[in-house]
Structures are given as C-alpha cells and as structure tokens.
Design a binder for this molecule. Structure first.
Ligand code: NAD
Length: 454
C-alpha cells in the first residue's frame, strides 16, 4: 500500500511538499522498465550516449538556481553550498560523459591467438542516497553508472527526495531515454530494501550510516550482488606546532561546521600538538564564535539548521550539560538549530570523541609528538578523511601515509573532487567512487581469447 512523506523545511518546520512513497511493487515495475531501457542504451553508439549525458549536464546547468533553492528548502543547506552542489552534479555528468568513449578494454599478449578484454555494463544499478548531500551523492553513483551503459534506479533519503525527482525530470528534458534513470522515493526498509533484494538489480551503491551499510552488505552477500559502500567518518584534523598556526586555527571552524557538521568528512577530532595548544585555542575560540548561523537563504550565513528534530535530539544527547566548550550562536524559535560547539577536556575514548555525531560538534585533544598524533588519529573504527597541518613536507607525507584513511589533505580540508578517487578505509566503506576509474566500477570485465591456429 502506498503512503505519503511530508517534506519539512528544516529552517522553519513548514511542510514544503508531500511525496508518495514507493512500494516493493513499484520497485518491481521500475526494474522491468529499467531493464528494457538499459538494453537499448547499451546498444546505442558511444558518441550518442556521451552527447546525451552532456545535454543532461547542460540542462542541469540551466537549472542551477532552481535546484539550489529546492535543496535549501528541503535540506536547509546554505544557498552558496546548494549552488555548488547543483554545479557538482553538472560537472559529474560532464566528467562521466568524457569517459564513455574512453572506456577501453585491453589487448593482452598470449600464445596462439589474440586476447582482449571488454568492459561490459552491469545492467540495472540501485543507488541508495542519504539526506546530507542529496544531489552530489545521487550523482556520484548515477553519472558514471549511466556513462558505463547501465540504467539507474535512485532511492533518495526519506527527508530529501525533491532534488532527485527534479533531476529525473531534467534528464528526460535533455533527451535521455525514458526509464533509464528513475527515482523511487520512499522508506529505506521498503523501497531501499526492495532494491537490495531484487534479482534484477546488479549492483547497489549505498551511501549512509555504517549500521545500515553493514546490513546491506550482508543482504548483497546472499546474492553475491556487487556493492559499494560509503559510510560514516570521524576524521582527524592534526595540527603540528610547526604549522602556520593562525591559518590552521582559522580554517578549523568550517572543517567541521560546513553543512552543520552533517558531512561524512567533517574533521570532528581536532588534534593539536601540546606546545602549540594554548596559542591555537586562543585563535580558535573567536573564529568559532564568529561563525554566522541562521537563515540559509541569507548570503552571509555560513551554517544552517540540522536536517530534522530527531537529528537535533541525537546531537544534543552527545553534548553533556555544562561541559567545557567553545560555543557559537544559533537562532531560537522554529527550526532544528544547534550552535557550533568545540568540547575541550573530553576523554579520547568518550562516545563524542569516537562516534560519528553528524552535527556541529568537535572535540579537541592534545598530543605530544608525531607518533602520538598518528596513534590518536587511528584510534577509531572509521577511516574516511583527515587533515595534516605542518610546514615540514617530510612529516606531511609520513603522517599522511600512516593515517589509515582514504582521503588525506595537507594544509587544507578539501576531500572531494569529482576527478579524484574517494572512499573509506576500515568501517568507513568499501570500494571507491569518483576519479579516473569511476566508470570501471559499473562494469564487468570479460576476457575473450581468439585462436589464430584454426
Ligand atoms: P542512513 O543509513 O539512515 O540512510 C541512508 C539511505 O539508506 C537512506 O536513503 C535510507 O532510506 C536508506 N535505508 C535505510 N535503511 C535501509 C535498508 N534496510 N535497506 C536499504 N536502504 C535503507 O543514513 P543517513 O542518516 O541518511 O545519512 C547519514 C550517514 O551517511 C552518516 O553516517 C554519514 O557519514 C554517511 N555518509 C557517508 C558518505 C561517504 O561518502 N562516506 C557521504 C555522505 C554521508
């Protein structure tokens, strides 16, 4: 039986839309349609597929402002961020389109014949996306999957289906074949589960919590279904005393406050060498207090609300009443607001220092030397991102190599670019997305030997 989801504006708590949730039967029907569409798509000339994806990118480009404002309404992102996110979808489509005609197999020297490999599309791909970056993460899976000759069924998060639904309309407007890219809004344990279980879905690309990711991996194992997992994080921001301390301190607030901390790469463990600790904190406190929190549509706003009441309660539960902290400001009244918070004096093994909070909360921990920094950085089950601040290039490389995480940045907090690979070590995930090999993750390699002896 179908039912409806009310989509709330997290800054005002007003209902902005009502969306009908997909049932398991809807997923069945979508798989049948996608299977037929995929066969025709895979048989089309590569240049034509590339051209259509470029047109899709151009159509997204014409609608950046509309998509951005929709994202502000359903997810509470700041307008500047939301514009970047819509632009990222365009860039991903363009980048993937460039790969269609470069998806080369190999010719391998063998005796008695010729050996070649083909990279064949998998078929129908299920992309399950979270609510924190609804547009870019949907596109991380969708753009390369389509470019490699697959069809895509996208299940957005319950709270943020609107931009995904609009992107599917824009794909049709751009001329992409009907049913090649379908969006199935709905509940994770209904529509999402149906995609994972469906024998007609060849691969699941899941981005979300480690808890749900583990379950999906187990369910995929039953069918030996291909799976990519992008999961949680608890990333360190390691500041050595030989760094430009002012630059490091001033860059720290937005390294965990961007998107209100609802970022899998948020640098929520600030590790500072003891000899520079006091100076760093002196600079950090006013920088955190100065962060502008408020109306996401105001150009000056740096941080908006959390996504939902339940997320707000979850974040609150991590911050003990009366704990020592630097605190920023947040609006009062309707909306899911929580102030920027940096906890000082937290034990390194406290839940707030080891678990993913997914809110504007970080802990600061002192360390003694390089070895101690690496030990603390690695003292978590996650391994997604991390930053190293130092002027010593040798140290920057040693520490970057020693931290068990997929995406490191030196004297910067940048983690994600569509042209570079992204993914997690340990319980932060499985497989890589983006980067030069993004399309290959949506193919099977077939080896063909042709005898020259006959
Ligand atoms: P979530 O795990 O609750 O949900 C993610 C998606 O999975 C949603 O679409 C949800 O409906 C669906 N889902 C839930 N249960 C399911 C089931 N049984 N079967 C199939 N699908 C199901 O995560 P969330 O709260 O939406 O997102 C926040 C999490 O995402 C954080 O942990 C964050 O770190 C992670 N994240 C990771 C990355 C990354 O690239 N590593 C990027 C962004 C977010």
């Amino acid at each position: 039986m179908s039912y409806e989801h009310h989509i709330l504006n997290p800054a005002t708590e007003e209902v902005v839309a009502t969306v009908t949730a997909s049932t398991a039967a809807d997923v069945d029907a979508a798989v049948v349609r996608a299977t037929a569409a995929q066969r025709a798509w895979a048989a089309a000339a590569p240049a034509d597929r590339a051209r259509l994806l470029r047109r899709f990118a151009a159509t997204v480009d014409e609608h950046i402002e509309e998509l951005a404002r929709l994202e502000v309404r359903e997810a509470g992102h700041t307008l500047g961020n939301a514009r970047w996110e819509a632009g990222n979808v365009r860039d991903l489509l363009d980048f993937a389109a460039g790969g269609v005609e470069r998806l080369n197999g190999r010719q391998i020297p063998v005796a008695g014949g010729l050996d070649i490999t083909l990279l064949e599309p998998l078929g129908v791909i299920g992309v399950i996306a979270p609510w924190n970056f609804p547009m870019p993460i949907a596109a991380w899976g969708t753009a390369p999957a389509l470019a490699a000759g697959n069809a895509v069924l996208l299940k957005p998060a319950e709270t943020t289906p609107l931009t995904a639904l609009r992107l599917a309309e824009l794909a049709r407007e751009a001329g992409l074949p009907e049913h090649l890219f379908q969006v199935l809004p709905g509940a994770g344990d209904v529509a999402g589960h149906a995609l994972v279980e469906h024998p007609g879905v060849a691969k699941i690309v899941f981005t979300g919590s480690t808890r749900v990711g583990k379950r999906i991996m187990a369910e995929c194992a039953d069918r030996v279904k291909r799976v990519t997992l992008e999961l949680g994080g608890k990333s360190p921001n390691i500041v050595f005393a030989d760094a430009d301390i002012e630059a490091a301190a001033l860059a720290t607030p937005m390294s965990f406050l961007d998107n209100s901390g609802q970022d899998c790469c948020a640098r929520t463990r600030i590790l500072v060498q003891r000899t520079a600790y006091d100076r760093f904190m002196e600079l950090l406190a006013p920088a955190v207090e100065a962060v502008v929190v408020g109306d996401p549509l105001d150009d000056k706003t740096q941080m908006g609300p959390l996504i939902s009441r339940s997320q707000l309660e979850r974040v609150r539960a991590y911050v003990p009443q009366g704990a020592d902290a630097i605190r920023g400001s947040a609006p009062e009244g309707p909306g899911f607001w929580f102030p920027p918070t940096v906890l000082t004096g937290t034990a390194p093994d406290a839940p707030v220092a080891t678990e993913e909070v997914f809110g504007p909360v970080a802990v600061v921990l002192p360390f003694d030397d390089e070895q101690d920094a690496v030990r603390l950085a690695n003292a978590t089950e996650y391994g997604l991102s991390g930053s190293v601040w130092t002027r010593d290039i040798g140290r920057a490389l040693r520490v970057s190599r020693a931290v068990r995480a997929g995406n490191l940045s030196v004297n910067s907090h940048s983690s994600v670019r569509y042209s570079t690979p992204f993914g997690g070590y340990k319980q932060s995930g499985l497989g890589r997305e983006l980067g030069p090999d993004a399309l290959t993750a949506f193919t099977e390699t077939k080896n063909i030997f042709i005898s020259t002896e006959a």
